[in-house]
Design a protein around this ligand. Structure first.
Ligand code: TMP
Length: 245
């Protein structure tokens, strides 16, 4: 199921911490380039990890196609190279949606919870995308008052995030992996809410079901080593192909 697209890459539009976005010859499409850069703590810890760009490109494309198959609209169009994908050009909402099935990271710290505590139902949180302000947490009232999204958009983002959780929890579970938490970003395409950005071990927590070993960016945050090897292990276990082999 190699899905490749033939578009011409144009000028750089935007460079984030791990990805760059380029114009294409089609005004509806951009190219998302996954770099080997890895960062944590709002850019304070920075490194380059060979092959990470390619692994995350294939990982993300694989997941986005699974989500599309489950009826969740995404921006993914197809691969344009080993490290790049063509995506729909979205007007991004300035929000991050975080779903958690277990306690880890900021929620464990904020409420003094034991790491690994199961959440049923899963939690839904929104954060304001702002490096300057360190992505502060938001609630619905603040989002509506400040105009970051409408009630309808917020309802759709919540519903889609929980549907993503259901689809992906099953995929990872079958591979012996716990989907602990993850972050999503949404944007508008022709007025419709569409899943954008990426899904990869850079923006999620994935633990081995038996050993609870961390197989995600916490390996980088916590200096555990074997970051790329862990990403590759997860990719192999869920069946991400080498799309350009
Ligand atoms: P947190 O525990 O630091 O709030 O993160 C929850 C999950 O969301 C974790 O898998 C990492 C991901 N995340 C990002 O990828 N980028 C972000 O800016 C934030 C706040 C979280």
């Amino acid at each position: 199921m190699t899905k490749t697209v033939d578009v011409k890459k144009g000028d750089l539009l935007y460079a984030g911490k791990a990805k760059s976005i380029y114009k294409t010859d089609n005004p509806d499409y951009t190219i998302m380039a996954f770099r080997d850069d890895v960062s944590a703590f709002n850019g304070v810890k920075l490194e380059q990890l060979q092959r990470k760009g390619q692994i995350n490109n294939f990982f993300n494309g694989f997941i986005m196609q699974k989500l599309e198959e489950a009826g969740i609209p995404t921006h993914f169009v197809g691969f344009t190279s080993e490290t790049e994908s063509c995506v729909k050009k979205l007007d991004m909402l300035p929000l991050e949606s975080v779903i958690r099935n277990r306690a880890a990271g900021s929620i464990a710290k904020r409420y003094g919870l034991k790491e690994g505590l199961e959440f049923n139902p899963p939690t839904v949180e929104f954060f304001f995308k702002s490096d300057e302000l360190n992505d502060p947490m938001l609630n619905e009232s603040i989002i509506l008052t400040l105009g970051y999204a409408t009630q309808d958009q917020l309802d759709q983002m919540k519903d889609l995030s929980l549907r993503v959780n259901t689809v992906l929890s099953e995929i990872f579970d079958k591979a012996g992996i716990l989907l602990v938490d993850f972050k999503l970003e949404f944007g508008l395409f022709n007025g419709q809410i569409v899943l954008g950005d990426e899904f990869s071990p850079d923006g999620s927590r994935l633990w081995d079901k038996e050993t609870l070993e961390k197989l995600d960016k916490d390996r980088f945050r916590q200096d555990l080593g074997g970051v790329v090897e862990a990403y590759e292990d997860v990719a192999n276990r869920i069946g991400v192909p080498d799309y350009f082999a």
